[in-house]
Design a protein around this ligand. Sequence first.
Ligand code: SAM
Ligand code: SF4
Length: 373
Amino acid sequence: MTAINQKKSIKLDSSINQILTKSVVNKSTKVDIEEVLQQHLLPKFGERFKQYRKKYINFLADSEHKHLPDYPISVILELVNRCNLECTFCYQGYRNDAEKKTLSIQDLEKLFQDFKKNKLDALLLSQSEPLLYKNFDKILEMAEKAEIMDQFIFTNGVLLNEKNSKKILESSLTRLFISVDAATSETYDQVRIPVNKNALKENRLKKIEENVKNFVKLRNSMGLKIPLVRVSFIALEKNVHEVNDFIEKWIDIVDSVEVQKESSIELYDQLLDKKYDKNKLLLKKYNCNDPWGQVSVNSDGTVGPCCSTVGRNLPMGSILKNSLKEIWDGQKLNKIRQSFRDNKPNRVCQLCLENKKTNNYSGGVVSSCSEIK
Ligand SMILES: C[S@@+](CC[C@H](N)C(=O)[O-])C[C@H]1O[C@@H](n2cnc3c(N)ncnc32)[C@H](O)[C@@H]1O
Ligand code: SF4
């Protein structure tokens, strides 16, 4: 896959243009997400759950960085570095040819002990494709034992078959997020491209839609409201005409439907080619809250200072060598925090924030998790 998303020049009408340029993110919900979470997690965790929600909302709003928690509020965990798709808009297309990396169960056990000791609030299994990790149910078991309250899986839904759905429903997962990005099969095949091109002979969208519907049916038949199920749609020139059909198709089936803004992957070209045109910088003030609340742990053990895939270019340490708590308190993360206070971030952070600016995007770059709430 080429790095830069090849965009055809399509003449778009003004309402479509608005969707593509608005920072939002249209969120349609059938249930009160916060209420369902509360009903489920308050009896289990009591005051700790209340503190988590408070801490998380404060973190999103704390642009002056008054509070630094003792440990990240959320950790984004990448189990493998591979995906069975190479979506046109996703950074993963750069990585599917890379040497295979998988976090070992021993390293994960050590990491989850650290989570338990430091009372991690939220864990997001994302980046690449989490369901490609053979024993992902073991990870969910470890998350339950570590008493992590809010547990997310982000998946493309390809492997959300009956067996995996049952494994998920036996776990304490709180949110299952499935990325779909299309209302018709033709469009799906244009944006969510399979690595194995033979798969293009099948009606893949129909299969994923069935997987999601069957999951919800099974969950409901078990009398459960959790995990909350969300489907998402990144608005692109190729699919934006299907936004309304997408929302209508799903709103009565799942708990929430989210339309998100694309974050351009052109940034990676600039990072890889080390092209850096200082004249193109637009921002006067660089700010990012992530290093005060969330980090990513990558499948090679390195830790990024944020939930953004871009943060991969800023290794803060490795869980293969140090505990996450040591990395969180370490010099490298503190240096990044200080650089924002001084408004002098490094090149990667600067480019990441410039990219958000040019995209008119208010969340993180790629697989934004700061906006989840
Ligand atoms: C990187 S994927 C990893 C999990 C899984 N493979 C999936 O597709 O959901 C996590 C989320 O990031 C989103 N994403 C990927 N590339 C993006 C981009 N360029 N802009 C905005 N969101 C993006 C995906 O649509 C997905 O919802
Ligand atoms: S968005 Fe998800 S499914 Fe698509 S290539 Fe990226 S990681 Fe894979």
